[in-house]
Design a protein around this ligand. Structure first.
Ligand code: AHR
Length: 502
């Protein structure tokens, strides 16, 4: 039996985990301490969709209806919140172009993504309809860059005013009597870049102006999300908050992509390490941006939102030509990346209000890939399966985790609990080291443990239209002896252990 490096007197449930690798011998100690942690908001498992490539058309919408194979898959994974219509597209979007009888809608050009023709057959009603089908809260991103306070105000009124105004009557005439009750509203997107290329002070002044008119209709108070920093850009956040001088938004939207230099299915070992190491900086960014917001009067009222995140690999033109703009495969490496991200969000649950991975179908690190008409092909990517492994954490209380190995490619862990259930997710980001987990549960006895794992030794392995089940969640052996839990954690794996505790 390996000896713990650290002996800790811990209250109630605590875990000491010792592990050794089959390659270089490293020892890791971990203490998971109980003690009134924050609730894990379901919104940190949120998603994002944009009029980009084949996300909306062919993804959600084929012919003149919502794809039910996509709906079925999304219902199973339970999408808490879905952001739309952009992204960069939000700041060119005019919502009125996409309401009313479908054949009569305005034909526009998607000048943001490829100058393609947009028939606006998927608009506000269709999006809300999709959200209702999959049980997700809608999050509408408004246009600041090329829009006006009036346009955004009218959109809110159209959606949320129950009746008694021309806009509410128009919604009713368009077939929906009940207000949509949309709570989350983005006030622009990336206004430091595609959303108007503004300086933070300029955007903050616009935010102040817009926010005056974005009101509560029919009892639905809008939760306004201001455009936040690119990565850990403190200058943007400071410039915005300094200029705001009061009237803080509900949320601040930070975007942090983890770029990769290779095509998704052709990563070199070095580039796997390079990309997965970025997550350490993501966690630092979350902590630093949170601290920065908290340093302002009322800054602690602003929810930090990681509004766009995920791996963004090299996308060869031939892939875009064949499958659509920003189309990317999701591999075992991508699933590990998703696991690293979601573990951070669980660990930093008190600092994050919402997180939305980019994007949900057929674009970037998507959960689903579709090919052809409804029912022909809708495959679940490795990232979909990684998200499935985190479902048991939702609405549990985060448990503080301390590990000795905090290096970028150290074993990543998060844990949560509710009553007699303790859930732990381990991610092994190393492609060259299997790990034996040896875990002592202090203060509680495990009655039974179940483990599920997503693993493939080939980091480029993925689910394809020809072989949709190559990488799947499997049950995994885990042993509990009294207070001790033992499990092998192979290279490149995401594993969730659910423990019934006494
Ligand atoms: O997700 C693709 C694009 O990335 C979004 O439109 C934009 O917000 C970000 O730069």
């Amino acid at each position: 039996m390996k000896k713990p490096l650290l002996s800790l007197l811990l209250p109630a449930i605590s875990l000491l985990i010792f592990s050794g690798t089959t390659f270089a011998q490293t020892t890791m100690n971990m203490a998971i301490r109980e003690g009134g942690g924050p609730a894990i908001s379901r919104n940190i498992y949120g998603h994002f969709s944009e009029h980009l490539g084949r996300c909306i058309y062919d993804g959600f919408w084929t012919g003149d209806k919502i794809r039910m194979d996509v709906v079925d898959a999304l219902k199973k994974i339970k999408i808490p919140v879905l952001r739309w219509p952009g992204g960069c597209y939000a700041d060119q979007y005019h919502w009125r172009d996409a309401i009313g009888p479908r054949g009569q809608r305005k034909k526009t050009v998607n000048t943001t993504w490829g100058m393609v023709s947009e028939d606006n057959s998927f608009g506000t009603h269709e999006f809300i309809g999709l959200c209702r089908l999959i049980g997700s809260d809608p999050y509408l991103a408004g246009n600041v860059g090329s829009g006006s306070p009036r346009e955004l105000r009218d959109w809110i009124e159209y959606c949320n005013m129950p009746s008694g105004s021309t806009l509410a009557e128009e919604r009713i005439k368009n077939g929906v009597a009940e207000p949509f009750r949309v709570r989350y509203w983005g006030v622009g997107n990336e206004n430091w870049g595609c959303g108007g290329w503004m300086r933070p002070e300029v955007y903050a002044n616009l935010y102040r102006q817009f926010s005056v008119y974005l009101r509560e209709y029919g009892g639905t108070k809008p939760f306004l999300v201001a455009s936040g920093p690119n990565g850990n850009d403190r200058k943007w956040t400071r410039g915005f908050m300094d200029t705001l001088e009061g009237g803080v938004p509900g949320g601040l939207s930070m975007h942090y992509y983890e770029n990769g230099p290779d095509r998704a299915t052709e990563f070199s070992a070095d580039h796997v390490d390079q990309q997965l190491s970025i997550f350490k900086r993501v966690e630092e960014a979350v902590m630093e941006q949170r601290a920065l917001l908290d340093s302002y009067r009322e800054g602690n009222k602003v929810g930090l939102i990681l509004d766009e995140w995920g791996v963004w690999d090299k996308i060869p033109p031939e892939d875009e030509k064949r499958y659509g703009k920003l189309w990317m495969q999701s591999t075992m490496r991508s699933a590990v990346a998703a696991g690293l991200g979601l573990n951070i969000f669980n660990r930093q649950a008190d600092k994050l209000f919402m997180c939305n991975i980019a994007q949900i179908v057929n674009v970037l690190q998507s959960l689903l890939l579709t090919d052809g008409p409804e029912g022909k092909s809708c495959i679940r990517t490795t990232t979909y399966h990684a998200f499935a492994l985190f479902k048991p954490h939702r609405s549990k209380t985060a448990v503080r985790v301390e590990t000795q190995d905090s290096s970028p490619l150290g074993i990543s862990v998060s844990a949560s609990k509710a009553e007699n259930e303790l859930v732990i997710t381990f991610v092994n980001p190393r492609h060259d080291a299997d790990v034996e987990i040896d875990c002592l549960i202090q203060g509680s006895t495990a009655r039974e443990a179940k483990a599920q794992i997503l693993h493939d030794a080939d980091w480029n392995a993925c689910n394809t239209f020809e072989n949709p089940n190559r990488v799947l969640v499997q049950t995994h052996p885990v042993a509990v002896e009294g207070s001790r839990l033992k499990m092998d954690l192979p290279q490149l794996s995401v594993a969730t252990v659910t423990l019934k505790t006494a």
